[in-house]
Design a protein around this ligand. Structure first.
Ligand code: NAD
Length: 299
């Protein structure tokens, strides 16, 4: 972590699911954070949840004036984000502009900017103040120095920043996640396992391992000869669908959206996301203690 960070003034635009956690992240890192959302109550709530270094602003221009970094966490709609970025440019000539987009190519966002070199993607994970990872993705015009600045700033706030060399759909983590989810739904569609059984295979097997070691480390621990045989044996039968499968699309179309609608693949209640966030924070804290114990010299 970089301990020589100067406190910055950071504007966060959009105080929804992601924006509120992003505000708390930067406040925790010692920065002053100005929040703007057309829903004034959302901006007020996000600022209040972060503490005295955060303030809510009814006007975007007021929020971004004088900021050294502007982070946008507005809805995932290209035209809306482009209009927003144009407003940012008009109100602030110098700030680095970071977008939390999950799926819009930085080139498409930057195309609307007078100076596209100001844009970088900083892709947080929900809950944004709990999950350490932030992917930092340059657009075609983003200079390496902007990626490095974003990385240092995030690490100064306790995040784990992973810069990508260039943009690719889904960046790293969502591509990996999508590959797993495609196969999970394929197994259920073939009648080989239920959703609950697939979930157990992850939470009782793969997940705990992955909290401590990524795929390349797991392959090294298991043996590359073993993994060569596994790849040859299993790859040919893996699903290669190029669109959302019916079991997902049909549920979504019928309004079975998951926790927010009372259920998706299984009945869920509205409290589940908050309960999950608390359990995740406890798990990550345990991992931090484990890491600290390992680094402590044996007495
Ligand atoms: N939800 C996730 O898991 C997740 C994860 C990573 C990235 N993202 C990305 O983060 C961004 C925000 O997603 P979210 O889930 O927080 O959405 P959300 O709908 O919860 O929040 C968006 C907020 O933006 C506000 N808003 C609308 N127009 C605005 C404007 N012109 N200026 C400022 N704010 C405006 C809305 O009032 C709302 O409060 C999207 O780009 C999304 O793809 C989401």
């Amino acid at each position: 972590m970089d301990h020589e960070q100067q406190p910055e003034t950071i504007a966060v635009l959009g105080a929804g699911v992601m924006g509120a956690g992003i505000v708390r992240t930067f406040v925790r890192g010692g920065h002053a954070v100005r929040v703007h959302d057309p829903r004034g109550d959302a901006a007020e709530a996000a600022a209040a949840s972060a503490g005295p270094r955060a303030s809510a602003h009814a006007s975007l221009a007021e929020a971004v004036a004088g900021a050294t970094l502007v982070v946008e966490a507005a809805p995932e709609r290209l035209e809306l984000k482009r209009a927003l970025l144009a407003e940012v440019e008009a109100a602030n000539e110098h700030a680095l502009i970071a977008s939390n987009t999950s799926s819009i190519a930085p080139a498409a966002l930057a195309a609307g900017l007078a100076d596209p070199s100001r844009l970088v993607i900083a892709h947080f994970f929900n809950p944004a103040d709990t999950v350490p990872l932030v992917e930092v993705v340059p657009g075609p015009a983003t200079p390496p120095a902007a990626v490095e600045r974003m990385r240092r700033l995030l690490e100064g706030c306790g995040k784990t920043a992973v810069p990508l060399a260039e943009q690719v759909e889904g960046f790293i983590a969502n591509r990996l996640q999508a590959a797993l989810y495609r196969e999970a739904m394929h197994l259920v569609a073939r009648g080989i396992a239920t959703p609950a059984q697939v979930d157990l295979a992850v939470t009782a097997g793969l997940g705990p391992r992955w909290a401590l070691a990524g795929p390349f480390e797991v392959m090294d621990l298991g043996g590359l000869d073993v993994w060569t045989a596994v790849a040859d044996g299993i790859f040919p039968s893996l699903d290669d669908a190029s669109e959302a499968p019916a079991m997902l699309r049909d549920r979504a179309a019928a309004g079975a959206l998951g926790a927010k609608s009372g259920g998706g693949f299984a009945p869920r209640d509205l409290e589940e996301p908050a309960r999950f966030a608390r359990r995740l924070a406890a798990l990550l804290a345990a991992r931090e203690r484990l890491d600290a114990d390992e680094q402590r010299p044996a007495s």
